[in-house]
Design a protein around this ligand. Sequence first.
Ligand SMILES: Nc1ncnc2c1ncn2[C@@H]1O[C@H](COP(=O)(O)O)[C@@H](OP(=O)(O)O)[C@H]1O
Ligand SMILES: [Mg+2]
Length: 454
Amino acid sequence: MPLYTANLATKLPHRFGFSRTNTSSLPNYAAFKPSFFFFFPSTHILNSSPNRIYSSVPSSSSIMEDQKHVGPLISGPKSLSQELKVAVAAVQMACFLCQRVQSNLLTSNAQIQAKDDNSPVTVADWSVQAIISWILSKSFGSKNVSIVAEEDVQTLSKPGADRLLKVVVETVNECLCEAYRFGLEGPECTLCTSEVLEAISRCNSSGGSTGRFWTLDPVDGTLGFIRGDQYAVALALIEDGEVVLGVLGCPNYPMRKEWLCYHPRYHSIISKLSPTTSESWDKGCVIYAQKGSGEAWMQPLIHVNKKLVWPNSAIPIQVSSIDDPALATFCEPVEKANSSHSFTAGLAHSVGLRNQPLRVYSMVKYAAIARGDAEIFMKFARAGYKEKIWDHAAGVVIIQEAGGVVTDARGCPLNFSKGMYLEGLDRGVIACAGANLHDKIIRAVDASWNSSCL
Ligand SMILES: Nc1ncnc2c1ncn2[C@@H]1O[C@H](COP(=O)(O)O)[C@@H](OP(=O)(O)O)[C@H]1O
Ligand SMILES: [Mg+2]
């Protein structure tokens, strides 16, 4: 099984005399190492007995309980479905897990696993998939929950993966024992290895055009994650082929949009130089929307030792009102291998976009459009690459409810009804703050596609 050591060297922003986020292609983050990566969980898990009862979990810790304590919502979404509330809480918890794992990756000489397609995967990918799968099953009953998700248990089940699996199990249990903080009910005792594997492998639904299923990308933008940069936890519910709710956790999203083009490490250095209060919300959010509500919301991440209490200071978000290309900013993947930078540069020129592209890892780009921090997101993968539903579903419904438009390059809606892939996607994905910009981009794609070599 190949294994990589993270090259966590990060670049500092040009504004301060350094270069921007590294845009090198995938092999540059990694150097082959023939051993496993482990991060060591905190002592309270290591010291715990295998079936320790979670004494810290209040017996009646459900979201409904929290709602009773708070009383009627003063602000925030009017009528959230119970599914959306559980999804938001589960993503909050997943962000908490990811932050811990990411800081361990960055402070230890950690190594990253490689999947068969050579893409990176970490303890966080499997652990998040396990906790979200477990929480959804616990909340709605495993018979009622069907999930299409990115990870499987193949790597974890290979000979020699015992230590890695042990770390995943510890990470999952360490997180689930704090479920009550997120208004969720955790397990009564620690999950054993087979239960964790079961939770991960239960996410093997194949989706389709009828019924309801969840789709999950436990850590979208794994490359950004291991570089200490932007990444997202993305969860959506699809009903009869339509995305009906979406939740995006963006733990490193800076609230001041100017910081989005800089590496988060730099942001944190500057924050330390001019500290705000410990309670201030300067980075990290969960964004969510329910189809047909005409609303999209953002709430801060839950700090350590704090509890999620609805609506958790949620504020409404909206797409930008800019529709003049000369003032608009477009986002695209950091990796040239994932989307053609030269094609989008040509489009930008022909449409009259003047600002530098905002290159950001993961579905954080969808969040940027929904928040009004950028106006256009374009992705044109190389011919033959098939986009997966979990890389887009949550972002699409959030942008639509925030007032934006998302289609393929023919102007057709993305089709979530054909299994795990966005079958029939024409050329690429285009998300815009408004119809005017969208129309211009679609026309420009048509005009320049034949002369491109994509
Ligand atoms: N060759 C390729 N072309 C286009 N997208 C790709 C790709 N290889 C991987 N991806 C997808 O792009 C996602 C990262 O998005 P971005 O490039 O915008 O940061 C990856 O998500 P994961 O990191 O969850 O695997 C993966 O699904
Ligand atoms: Mg992804």
